[in-house]
Design a protein around this ligand. Structure first.
Ligand code: SF4
Ligand code: SF4
Length: 360
């Protein structure tokens, strides 16, 4: 059966397939000319399944995010068609059969996808054991043989997400490899869970160019993590107007800025405001939840408790205030001639050192 026969069986036309490739390359900022090359690379991948998917200390949420769908879409099918050779959650085999599949895949050229964090050293190994073997050792063995590693979700990325805040000594994949001197390139795709569009776009880029995409200082592809959520937020107008939600039950405040409810948008780089979840159905802030900053290295440990007004901000001429008091402070600051925008910007923690000069 040819590549597109496989897609046809799943109800995906070549037209749908090319539209997906074009949309993904556009999202990555790649020129239109690259579309045929990208399509060809994915076709090759359909022929030559290249993915091993390991799960460490995880909740399987990233797997759910990647494969869950109401109606199978081309995007999900591309993941499906990539023929993941080993994936403990979705593979049909188990026990000895799955172990043989894993050992066989390890002998090929493969891309390693890792979901979940990893114990940092031997003394924590008992926190994560797969098939009687410490996950840390399994990961190190696979990482040394992989062509590239895609760490998906906040737990596998820098900072180790929620497990990183626990007593299990959890770290992300890149940190483990740095500690062990393993040089295999790691691409971090944080978010809790990973977005299917981010994973597909990254796999597509790698298949097309055979190299990792341009990354930021946290190892995240700039194409998906290059913009500040706060700058694209649908509630930004209310932020500028100094309109902050303080009472969930007040319908007048329903669309107000969520800064005082713990929103981490001003410190979070992600495309969440532009590319929504679940086939663009919604995203946290639009649904009324403050951003938890799950795409940042600081998540979860440094950003918790997520809904508490725990952040301290410096306001010009006033000094340190708790976010809890920002709403009250706004009136007083206006009286000394500072605009709401300046105050709101200070409250978000985005003023430069120069801007904060008078408080230093
Ligand atoms: S603080 Fe949060 S809710 Fe308010 S504008 Fe920024 S990102 Fe949006
Ligand atoms: S809006 Fe914030 S908390 Fe929600 S998924 Fe995006 S980065 Fe994570």
């Amino acid at each position: 059966m040819g590549n597109f026969d496989l897609l046809k069986v799943k109800g995906v036309s070549r037209r749908d397939f090319m539209k997906l490739i074009a949309a993904t390359t556009a999202a990555l900022g790649l020129p239109e000319l690259i579309v045929p090359q990208a399509a060809s690379a994915v076709e090759q991948a359909l022929n030559k399944p290249p993915v091993i998917w390991l799960e460490g200390m995880d909740c399987t949420g990233c797997t759910e995010s990647a494969i869950a769908t109401l109606n199978p879409s081309p995007a999900e099918l591309i993941l499906d068609m990539l023929s993941i050779r080993y994936h403990e959650t979705i593979m049909a085999g188990s026990g000895q059969t799955s172990e043989e599949a894993y050992q066989s895949a390890l002998k090929e050229k493969f891309v390693l996808v890792v979901e979940g964090s990893c114990p940092s050293k031997a003394e924590f190994d008992s926190f994560c054991v797969v098939g009687g073997k410490p996950f840390r050792k399994i990961l190190l063995e696979a990482a040394q043989k992989a062509q590239a590693i895609i760490a998906i979700g906040s737990c596998a990325s820098e900072g180790a997400g929620i497990p990183g805040a626990c007593a299990s000594g959890a770290i992300g994949v890149a940190e483990l490899l740095r500690n062990e001197g393993i040089k295999t390139p790691v691409i971090n795709l944080p978010c809790c869970p990973v977005k299917p569009t981010t994973l597909i776009g990254t796999v597509l880029y790698y298949l097309t160019y055979q190299k990792v995409p341009p990354l930021d200082s946290q190892g995240r592809p700039l194409a998906f993590y290059g913009s500040l959520l706060h700058d694209n937020c649908p509630r930004r107008g209310h932020f500028e107007n100094g309109e902050f939600l303080t009472d969930w039950n007040d319908p007048i405040q329903k669309e107000y800025c969520l800064l005082l409810k713990g929103c981490k948008g001003p410190k979070t780089y992600t495309d969440c405001a532009q590319v929504w979840w679940n086939d663009n159905a919604n995203f946290c802030i639009n649904a009324g939840s403050p951003c938890s900053g799950c795409s940042e290295i600081t998540f979860y440990n440094g950003f918790s408790p997520l809904y508490a007004k725990q952040e301290m901000f410096k306001l010009p001429g006033i000094g340190q205030v708790n976010a809890d008091t920002v709403g009250t402070v706004l009136g007083g600051v206006a009286a000394v001639g500072l605009g709401v925008h300046l105050v709101a910007t200070a409250a978000s923690g985005r003023l430069s050192k120069k801007d904060h000069k008078e408080d230093m």
